[in-house]
Design a binder for this molecule. Structure first.
Ligand code: PMP
Length: 406
């Protein structure tokens, strides 16, 4: 493997800080990743030397802010092998999903049509469809899971061919189970029945290189803060012809062509979906994060993260009190688990006192928790900067904690 984790860690200033007086071991990357110095510098540089509003200015500074903003869009489009006018800047995956749900429900759905989701979706990919689908009496069908946490493809197929099904919206990688859905195959199948596919890429973008042209999904969303970028910025990708046919999501400045008190005409995509002053620094910071990721061989990163997962998974399999949730053969470096007679919060508190940050709770997946028959799980999630020593210390601390709590 040609990546040097020790060197990578030097890029992330927070990793040399302490948690409760102990060296920080950050295993909550599925919630939000840490930021490399280049991203922090890009934000600082923008606000120190480039800050100005975009779109309207004719002075030098405004022109340069505009250029930086559009260059950021181009960097992101290039990374995903799509065109800049297919990239809409939004606040994050949540806003992107609300935008798509709003547009698709208004345009392609008729009363009583169906939207397929899966039982492993984050609330961000459930609630917008529910809220916005009510007005048209849209039916939401959650596709079930197999015992190992993979998607029940037979059930999915049985609904894809139903003529009332118009949209399938599913996560690329589950934030709770780590399951990697075979989205390319699923998209091909859905398209045979003219079903539009929305992919929630919030958990997949940090772990791989995604070629959206090859994937051929209709829409794809992700958040900057999970991919080493800033909070408050994210991306909606939509195929150009589809974006052009979606109605605006919010009205305001910079999304219009012509306004009068009688009526307004709108700019083409992506401007039509970026009403008001955008998060310019965020977009520049996100482009810097993508450039940071681009310097690595992605296969090396995947291998490294999978190795960390394997270390913990193998050790947990030998601890009788522990149940691992999600054992799909295709799985990302996310490990959700329960310990018999121990509340996940108590476990997380003991880990915290040893410097280890993990997440406990329902992970914004309450319907999935019901399927698993638990209220909450503990979840460790790994990123490129985590080390084997950290994984081993995590396992050791879990064992110690269970002997205290059990
Ligand atoms: N989808 C998935 C799979 C997620 O993991 C998350 C964040 N946990 C979201 C959507 C929502 O992302 P955000 O809160 O950044 O909008």
């Amino acid at each position: 493997m040609s990546i040097d984790i020790k060197e990578i860690r030097k890029d992330f200033p927070i990793l040399s800080t302490q948690n409760r007086g102990k060296p920080l071991i950050y295993l909550d990357n599925a919630a939000s990743s840490q930021k490399p110095q280049c991203v922090i510098d890009a934000l600082s540089k923008y606000y120190s030397f480039q800050n100005s509003n975009v779109h309207r200015g004719i002075y030098d500074l405004a022109e340069s802010a505009e250029n930086e903003y559009q260059n950021a869009r181009k960097t992101i489009a290039d990374w995903f092998n799509v065109t800049p006018d297919e990239i809409v800047f939004v606040r994050g995956a949540t806003e992107a999903l609300n935008l798509v749900a709003h547009g698709l429900i208004q345009t392609i759905l008729q009363p009583n049509d169906q939207i397929l989701l899966t039982q492993m979706e984050h609330h961000a990919n459930i609630v917008p469809w529910q809220i916005l689908g009510k007005s048209k009496n849209i039916k939401i069908i959650p596709i079930g899971l197999n015992e190992d946490g993979s998607l029940d493809r037979e059930e999915l197929s049985s609904y894809l061919c139903d003529e009332n099904t118009k949209i399938l919206s599913l996560c690329h990688i589950s934030n709770s189970l780590g399951t990697i859905n075979p989205v390319k195959e699923i998209i091909e199948e859905a398209h045979k029945f003219n079903v539009k596919v929305v992919i929630d890429g919030a958990q997949s973008v940090p772990h791989g290189k995604i070629n959206l042209k090859e994937l051929n999904c209709d829409f794809f969303v992700f958040s900057g803060h999970k991919v080493f970028g800033p909070m408050g910025i994210g991306v909606l990708f939509g195929k150009k012809d589809l974006l052009d046919n979606l109605p605006p999501y919010q009205g305001g400045g910079d999304m219009i062509d012509e306004v009068s008190f009688d009526q307004t005409t709108f700019s083409p995509a992506p401007q039509r979906f970026e009403a008001g002053t955008p998060n310019v620094a965020g977009a520049i910071g996100l482009a810097s994060a993508i450039k940071y990721l681009a310097q690595f061989n992605i296969n090396d990163l995947e291998q490294h993260e999978n190795n960390l997962l394997q270390i913990c998974h193998d050790a947990f399999e030998k601890i009788p009190e522990i149940t691992i949730h999600g054992k799909s053969p295709e799985k990302a470096a996310v490990l959700s688990f329960s310990a018999k007679n121990v509340h996940p919060h108590d476990l997380a508190s003991l880990l915290d006192s040893e410097g280890i940050a993990i997440r406990t709770g329902h992970h914004c997946c309450q319907p999935l928790m019901r399927v698993l028959g638990v209220q909450a799980t503990a979840r460790a999630s790994f990123a490129l900067y985590n080390t084997e020593e950290e994984a081993e210390f995590f396992v050791k601390t879990i064992k110690k904690s269970l002997s205290i709590l059990g």
